[in-house]
Design a protein around this ligand. Structure first.
Ligand code: SF4
Length: 459
């Protein structure tokens, strides 16, 4: 558990002995977790692992007092719900009559003036809708108070039916057409819905796509639509500030280079993040010359030893692909390629993204392919068209024990894209991972596409 502390609760916790740097801001935030001194994973720094007690129990935050009850928005984001978290083993065993009795008392407690005020000032105490939290009742008073005074903008939860809306908005947004970033697509975002809650809103005639993490909401793309973005940007930042308070999560992500001069002129801070890698499609297929000697040799060896053939992905391949993902993950962990924590966390998160892409590939507009050896899938990949000449490879997994399987599936998938008109292949960014950057540079990118993050200058 990573509890949220209001500003008053931060002050009290610091007075009780927690160090201030455990809190990213003083304005209400989740506490930073620390490595578990007694084993694996991370724990709340207020937890004393020797005594198994909370060191600030008497003044623990509202978030902890409430648990295993929880506050969350309903799926439509219109009402605040009181629920119970099925991850709590005690609640799973508690008789339902006891839970029923407790619900009344907890609902009454949470709807008292003091708590309702705290929730109105710290709306991030109310989590996103989760399937594993059982909704018990709607909290009308909390809902009304949290919504009162806030910008009357309703953010809609992103669903797969919104694909056409997002793609139409991307198509008319200047700056996304020529050499587009991978993020300029619906599927790029949607496959991470298990980790981030995506919502969208119309602001000043522009479509704004927001992503919500436990730290708060941020714009996943600049405002989409025709015309100047000064007003929608200002309104989006206002909405984020209202929701996030002082949190540094407030930002606009995946901003292409063409937006930067206007945003700088409007007074926003702009910084570069990892660029996308863009390759000439024909070069990836030919693999000619000295520069491509290693990937060419890897492909040749794979063909010689395994004779693989690229086949279109079929929905019936999903189970085999997911099990290959699990094997691949173990191989990466075993060889130390996934030895740093950031890489491991990405691998854990990636399974959900792959499952979504594999199960909803046609609704997401994805093209997929598999390579079978001896009847077993040993590599799979998926991608999408960013425009008529740029194909983006969204995911790729290959058996690491079969030399050349990765190089082969990549070359053959690019060959397929080239035959359908691709001039350029975008393979996304390297997530700041040196091993991934090395693998991407192996293929000699023609260009690195700059990608920016925009924030408000310190207010
Ligand atoms: S009860 Fe105490 S130790 Fe447990 S999560 Fe809350 S603050 Fe941390």
């Amino acid at each position: 558990m990573r509890p949220f502390f209001t500003s008053d609760e931060i002050r009290a916790a610091v007075a009780a002995g927690l160090t201030p740097d455990l809190f990213p801001t003083t304005d209400g935030t989740q506490i930073n977790l620390i490595p578990n001194p007694a084993g694996e994973g991370y724990i709340c720094p207020a937890f004393d692992s020797e005594t198994s007690h909370c060191r600030i129990y008497e003044i623990r935050p509202l978030d902890c007092r409430l648990y295993p009850f929880a506050l969350m928005w309903d799926a439509e984001r219109t009402h605040v719900l009181l629920g119970w978290d099925t991850k709590c083993p005690y609640m799973r065993e508690a008789p339902s009559s006891l839970v029923d009795q407790a619900v009344d008392a907890v609902a009454q407690w949470i709807e008292a003036d003091e708590r309702v005020d705290a929730l109105a000032q710290n709306p991030r105490l109310i989590g996103r809708f989760q399937d594993d939290v059982i909704a018990l009742r709607t909290l009308e008073r909390v809902t009304e108070r949290v919504q009162r005074g806030q910008t009357r903008i309703r953010r809609q939860t992103l669903s797969i039916q919104d694909r056409g809306r997002i793609e139409a908005a991307l198509a008319v947004t200047a700056g996304f057409q020529e050499a587009p970033l991978a993020a300029a697509s619906f599927a790029y975002h949607y496959i991470w819905k298990h980790r981030l809650t995506y919502t969208w809103a119309e602001l000043q005639g522009h479509l704004c796509l927001f992503a919500e993490s436990p730290d708060g909401i941020f714009l996943a793309l600049p405002p989409l639509g025709e015309g100047p973005i000064d007003q929608p940007t200002a309104e989006a930042f206002r909405l984020m500030r209202e929701w996030n308070g002082d949190s540094s999560v407030t930002r606009m992500d995946n901003v292409p280079e063409s937006f930067v001069p206007a945003l700088r002129a409007l007074g926003y801070a702009v910084r570069e993040k990892e660029p996308d890698y863009l390759y000439a499609a024909a070069e990836l297929v030919d693999l000619a010359g000295d520069a491509y000697r290693s990937p060419r040799a890897a492909c040749n060896r794979f063909v010689r030893e395994y004779g693989g053939v690229l086949e279109p992905y079929d929905a019936r391949d999903q189970t085999a692909c997911v099990s290959l993902f699990r094997e691949w993950r173990e191989q990466k962990l075993g060889t130390g390629s996934g030895s740093d924590e950031w890489a491991n966390a990405l691998l854990d998160d990636a399974l959900g993204a792959h499952e979504t892409a594999l199960s909803a590939h046609s609704e997401l507009g994805l093209t997929g392919a598999v390579v079978r050896v001896g009847g077993r899938i040993r590599a799979y990949t998926m991608g999408l068209w960013l425009n008529q000449s740029v194909f983006c490879i969204l995911l790729e997994v290959a058996d690491r024990d079969m030399v050349g399987a990765g190089a082969f599936v990549f070359r053959e998938f690019c060959r397929q894209a080239l035959a359908k008109g691709a001039c350029w292949i975008n393979t996304m960014d390297d997530s700041g991972l040196p091993s991934l950057a090395k693998a991407k540079r192996w293929y000699h990118p023609a260009r690195l596409l700059p990608n920016y993050v925009v924030t408000e200058l310190r207010r």
